[in-house]
Design a protein around this ligand. Sequence first.
Ligand code: ZN
Length: 488
Amino acid sequence: MRHILVSVLAAFLSLLPLAAQTPELSKTVKEFVRADASKIILTHVRVIDGTGAPAVEDQNVIIEAGKISAIQPGADASASPGTTVFDLRGYTVMPGIVGMHNHLFYIARPNLNAQKKFDPPVLAPQMTFSAPRLYLAAGVTTMRTTGSVETYADLNLKHDIDAGKLPGPHLDVTGPYLEGTESFFIQMPHLTSPGDARQLVEYWADHGVTSFKAYMNITRAELKAAIDAAHKRGLKVTGHLCSVTYKEAAELGIDDLEHGFFVNTQLDPGKKPDLCSDSAGEYTLDHMPPESPEAKDLIDTLVKHHVAITSTLPVFESDAGGGRPPLRQQALDAMTPQAREAFFILRQRPPSSPPPKIDPALLLKRDMELERAFVAAGGLLLAGPDPTGRGDVIPGFGDQREIELLVEAGFTPVEAIKIATLNGASYMGKENAIGSIAAGKNADLILIKGDPSKKISDIENVEIVFKDGVGFDSQKLLDSVRGRYGQY
Ligand SMILES: [Zn+2]
């Protein structure tokens, strides 16, 4: 009898057009849910819509069945069965962050000491437990994994998040790094030929991977084979390059380039085709001011070939010294004691180490100038923190920091927010569903105390993160990973 009732109910539910959108949430996920009514009204809230338009004061945003159903002038509303009302005077709502250089692993340096020395091999332990929670807590509702180490774990995580079993953002799972025969990382595949590159792409595309990333020592022929194979499946390829220059990659058809303009090697002394240079791009960055003919030609080529650039300012910030990045108690609390120790070691330059060849503060400034010139020329700039690249960039916190650094680069706060939301959605071809606040779009939203359109650091004051209309409590998510990041 019970069995029949259940199947009758299931048949009935399947007829409802909208009811099936949000999956049944597990006990684990429900623990973090603060709002899950069929109708939620955010009243008297400031709206930053993610398009770069100025903030609009005192609005009501209505969420129904996981979508934004309307945006109206602010008005009082009363709660009723099935309707939750938030009074949000003093709060801002913005679109969920679309993190385009995010990772689900940590970087462990065995036996790291105060001189920043460590033993090989560097390892990338999976953070399948802590990272998704930290991202969601910070307001990241969609992210690209931008190179995977345990690809099956990332694919299964995506499945479990989508099925409502585990908390976390929507994932664009990137395949294993497409790396050449030489590599700093022992866990990456080492491609041996263009055919090998094609096979790897086809295998992982068959298994559900939705993007690919080329790495520092790939050859042009391997990169071309990978791009062609991915494009055949309608998938995109990005790259953290060195052996291949930005211009070469653009002409081969790459879709995106990571790390702003930091890793373009075209002017590096002694650069040989298909081989990484000693400078790994710093020399080129130093010798390419935005007004130079080389910069103009490069930006022109990138824009013409529709190549996006991903800004990852947080991963370069600590090199500039001067107490960068500012410490955040919540970020320190998220880490294991060992990760915290590594964080403090890695953010300082030991007195015994020689000064860098090129002032990192100048390089950071130069990259910021080029990112602005790229956007001014019509280029699509994306945003991501590259968490753990240096041990001092943390999932989620780093995504917020990236937006703050885009403002330091000279973008207005609403432009910086657009880069971190709608631009990523557009790159992924999802701009009709996510990335901005508009009626009909998915209710992927962040509730922030304060006004980041005036004071960008208010972006750190995230209280509730809506994903498909379900509101997650940011603090509860953070509390659940306290002392775990760096372990699992
Ligand atoms: Zn990275």
